[in-house]
Design a protein around this ligand. Structure first.
Ligand SMILES: NC(=O)c1ccc[n+]([C@@H]2O[C@H](COP(=O)([O-])OP(=O)(O)OC[C@H]3O[C@@H](n4cnc5c(N)ncnc54)[C@H](OP(=O)(O)O)[C@@H]3O)[C@@H](O)[C@H]2O)c1
Length: 288
């Protein structure tokens, strides 16, 4: 990874921090985007002390289009290349919340924010080809068996279930990967999604979610993967020559596996892309 630049969302803790650490050790320059910049600075200092390489931290709130635009502008100003864009940040929320732009927050952060960020950085990623986009999804997408709820996609005002909405947002990650891979054919940019395993991190902790999901992550944590183990497939997809030309795939334990049927629906993948563009256009320019 010497000479390569990696931009990673949510690199201040958990799976993202361990991914940033490993890629920095391999020689990459890493830029972390996260909300808690102080925590990001602590992670960066720890990684730099080990790897001897610069790790930059920039404020990024994926729940705000303005913040995403400001982050992308800073990346474009300071990074002449982006060899790897790693879309890692993600949340599960117990209560329905909204992003600054008025979208349900789990969909807004896990999918829509990353969609906008990718659009803003895509020309730089293409100009850096051969380059890679890596999307941290989850096997939780398999729970969204019947696909996305198109009527409620970005709002979820009726019968809110934090876990169901999370599963659908992770399905959106796989569908996004599929459609982006199709659109990037012939550009030298690959894009792959992954399941990191079930990992003991801050995920589902800190009061974001209550009930069985949070109890599971609290009490099962000694038996779950460590963050370093959970980062292995992200690191593989970001750096291994074995996947130089592989694109549009879904990986688990560094092996390509089939995502569920709903995640292999090309029509849904295209529809999600168009719908995401429309939602962002509505909020940004007031037009549909
Ligand atoms: N842990 C698991 O078992 C598991 C299983 C399957 C998939 N995953 C996926 O793995 C990814 C990483 O999760 P993790 O387990 O490492 O969880 P984590 O420890 O909770 O880390 C989540 C990261 O996302 C960032 N983040 C959250 N909201 C954000 C926002 N609005 N804007 C920017 N960054 C934001 C957080 O930083 P700030 O709060 O500072 O912004 C943090 O760095 C997620 O996409 C998750 O869905 C995890």
């Amino acid at each position: 990874m010497h000479g390569k630049l990696v931009v990673i969302t949510g690199g201040n803790t958990g799976i993202g921090k361990e991914t940033a650490r490993a890629l920095s050790r391999q020689g990459a320059r890493v830029v972390i985007g996260c909300r808690d910049v102080a925590q990001g600075e602590r992670a960066a200092a720890e990684i730099t002390a080990e790897s001897g390489r610069e790790v930059a931290v920039l404020a990024l709130d994926l729940a705000s289009f303005a913040s995403i635009r400001a982050f992308a502008e800073q990346v474009l100003d300071t990074c002449p290349r982006v060899d790897v864009l790693l879309l890692n940040a993600g949340v599960v929320l117990g209560d329905r919340r909204e992003t600054a732009d008025g979208f349900e927050a789990t969909f807004g952060i896990n999918h829509l924010g990353h969609f906008l960020l990718t659009e803003l950085l895509l020309d730089r990623v293409k100009a850096s080809a051969p380059s890679r986009i890596v999307v941290v999804s989850s096997d939780a997408h398999r729970r969204a068996k019947t696909g996305l709820d198109w009527d409620e996609l970005a709002q979820r005002r009726h019968g809110y279930s934090g876990w169901q909405v999370y599963c659908e947002s992770k399905l959106a990650n796989v569908l996004f990967t599929r459609e982006l891979a199709r659109r990037l054919e012939g550009t030298g940019v690959t894009v792959n999604a992954l399941h990191p395993g079930v990992v003991a991190t801050e995920f589902a902790q800190g009061g974001d979610v209550r009930g069985p999901v949070s109890w599971f992550f609290r009490f099962a944590s000694p038996f779950l993967k460590t963050p370093a183990q959970g980062a292995v497939t992200s690191i593989f997809l970001a750096s291994s020559p074995e996947v130089d030309t592989t694109t549009g795939g879904y990986f688990k334990d560094c092996q390509e596996v089939k995502p569920n049927r709903a995640a292999r629906d090309d029509h849904a993948a295209r529809r999600l892309w168009e719908e995401s563009e429309r939602l962002i256009a509505i909020r940004s320019h007031g037009v549909a």
